[in-house]
Design a protein around this ligand. Structure first.
Ligand code: PLP
Length: 368
């Protein structure tokens, strides 16, 4: 079956099962469960929930592994770091990975006796010695650097280092890191996979069944459980992922090309541009270049003038949703980017309207 067809049906009941296509959210915190807990399929809402199970099986079929869902992307990140690292271990984190992940390295992991080595893009190999875990984020947020997962995973495995890939920007529709050799996928499902800017979720995927058990135990014991309503909303949104992503990738390509043609825009970062240093690798390991691009307007004043002049595109953080949004990323701190750096998430609007808005806002900001 075509992968688009698989996504439309993933985790839904089949055409042979009378009843709803997708069972509604299961809201029980507790379940009638007499006698021996082991003789009951359902006991307590922190341990399991049928709404999670359907979503996890859908995501698992896209990722090519078993999935454990969490309350947020960061809950998934923390669970994965927590079950793979022990005091004395070393984790290699990319300098351009999601800034809160690096903050966990300097804060929580450090306090647990785990050393986080920060690798500049392309320097990961030289920092692997003795490392338990290599963290990859590709394309990275917000700089859209592309990392060759197959090559790095092979090199890491030679040294006995496990490999995790943060797949939030691509989603499993555009990139399947487990098939490229990664041991783990971690993702924020708050972003493009759910796509409607109405929920916070995350997940980890792996083929290692012992780790699946540890990841579930972590969720049960730390309590980072996803809400049934959020999970159901995400699952409800999954069948349109191919439609949304196809439109968003095509529009992001057009907006990136338009920005690259403007003399008043400095760098344009989008893996779909032939001049992007990661273009060839992205082409080989992705089935599309994604909905996120970034560009540089050099100064804070010009970036703020641009954002203030937008009439359709919202100034908001996050990305991957059906509504186009942009932000001056340096307003948060934490990333090595210029004060005029804009992260732009292209939504599902007609591309000519997005382009017209960007054009008039750039013109308005030119004098700033
Ligand atoms: C947003 C994001 C996260 C964190 O996800 P939350 O759902 O906000 O907790 C982690 N990694 C990347 C790459 C992200 O973009």
């Amino acid at each position: 079956m075509h992968r688009d067809t698989r996504v439309v049906h993933a985790g839904f009941h089949t055409n042979r099962e009378p009843g709803p296509f997708l069972t509604g959210p299961q809201f029980s915190s507790t379940f009638t469960s007499p006698g021996d807990p082991a003789s009951n399929a359902l006991t307590y809402g922190r341990f399991h929930n049928p709404t999670w199970t359907a979503w996890e099986s859908a995501l698992g079929s896209l990722e090519g592994g078993e999935v454990v869902a969490y309350a947020s992307g960061m809950a998934a990140v923390s669970a994965l770091l927590g079950v793979t690292l022990r005091p004395g271990n070393v984790v290699v984190l990319p300098a351009d990975c999601y800034y809160t992940v690096r903050r966990l390295g300097a804060g929580w992991l450090d306090s647990m006796g785990v050393t986080a080595r920060i690798a500049q893009p392309g320097q990961e190999l030289s920092m692997l010695e003795g490392a338990t875990l290599l963290w990859i984020e590709t394309p990275s947020n917000p700089q859209l650097n592309v990392t060759d997962v197959r090559a790095l995973a092979a090199a890491a495995h030679e040294q006995g280092t496990l490999v995790a890939v943060d797949n939030s920007t691509a989603t499993p529709y555009l990139q399947q890191p487990l098939a490229l050799g990664a041991d783990f996928v971690v993702a924020s499902d708050t972003k493009g996979i759910s796509g409607h800017s109405d929920l916070i979720l995350g997940h980890v995927a792996t083929k290692d069944l012992a780790k699946v058990e540890a990841l579930r135990t972590w969720r049960t014991q730390h309590g980072a459980i996803p809400g049934p309503m959020e999970v159901w909303l995400a699952h409800r949104s999954l069948p349109t992922l191919p439609l949304r992503m196809t439109r968003q990738c095509a529009s992001a390509q057009a907006i990136a090309e338009f920005l690259a043609s403007r003399p008043d825009v400095d760098g344009v970062f989008y893996p779909g541009l032939p001049q992007h240093p990661g273009h060839a690798v992205a082409r080989a390991q992705m089935q599309g270049f994604g909905s996120v691009l970034s560009f540089d307007l050099r100064t804070r004043v010009r970036a703020e003038s641009f954002l203030a002049a937008l009439t359709l595109v919202r100034e908001a953080t996050s990305f991957g949703g059906v509504h186009s949004m942009a932000e001056r990323r340096a307003r948060w701190g934490g990333d090595a980017i210029s004060e005029g750096f804009i992260r732009f998430s292209v939504g599902c609007e007609a591309v000519e309207d997005v382009r017209a808005d960007v054009q008039q806002a750039l013109d308005a900001a030119r004098g700033a």
